[in-house]
Write a protein that binds this ligand. Structure first.
Ligand SMILES: [Zn+2]
Length: 133
């Protein structure tokens, strides 16, 4: 578990560097927005969350495994995390912000990730809700 916590900033830093290299301007962790999104592209009214696959339960991902002990506790904990994430996206949508979730495991493939970021940030199907490719 220490692996996941301590490396939490790794994927986020990768996304930041890439978005910057692609020429997009953004701010970090704007506390005045629901969920303090990791990257905020105010002019586009878009935000990016970089989610750890384990804590945020990336569906079908190999990092999103279930601990062997205290299963009931963890199940509840994970459900809360997932529910909170959904609430944040809804709250942002109500304010007409569009959100993209980048999963930790997606930051390994930089080419694919840059295609995704570009399509999200240049895409016109906002405002509000979760970005769908
Ligand atoms: Zn994943």
């Amino acid at each position: 578990m220490s692996r996941i916590r301590s490396k939490d900033t790794g994927p986020e830093v990768r996304v930041r560097r890439l978005a910057h290299a692609l020429g997009f301007r953004f701010r970090l962790h704007r506390r005045d927005l629901p969920g303090s999104p990791d990257l905020v592209f105010a002019a586009r009214r878009k935000v990016i969350f970089v989610h750890g696959c384990y804590w945020h339960r990336h569906d079908g991902c190999r990092y999103s495994y279930m601990p062997k002990s205290n299963v009931d506790f963890w199940r509840l904990k994970f459900q809360e995390n997932v529910a909170r994430d959904a609430e944040v996206i809804e709250a942002l949508a109500a304010l007409r912000w569009t959100a993209l979730v980048v999963w930790e495991c997606e930051t390994d493939d930089i080419l694919r990730l840059s295609a995704k970021l570009t399509s999200f940030l240049n895409g016109i199907n906002g405002y509000g809700g979760v970005w769908r490719e």
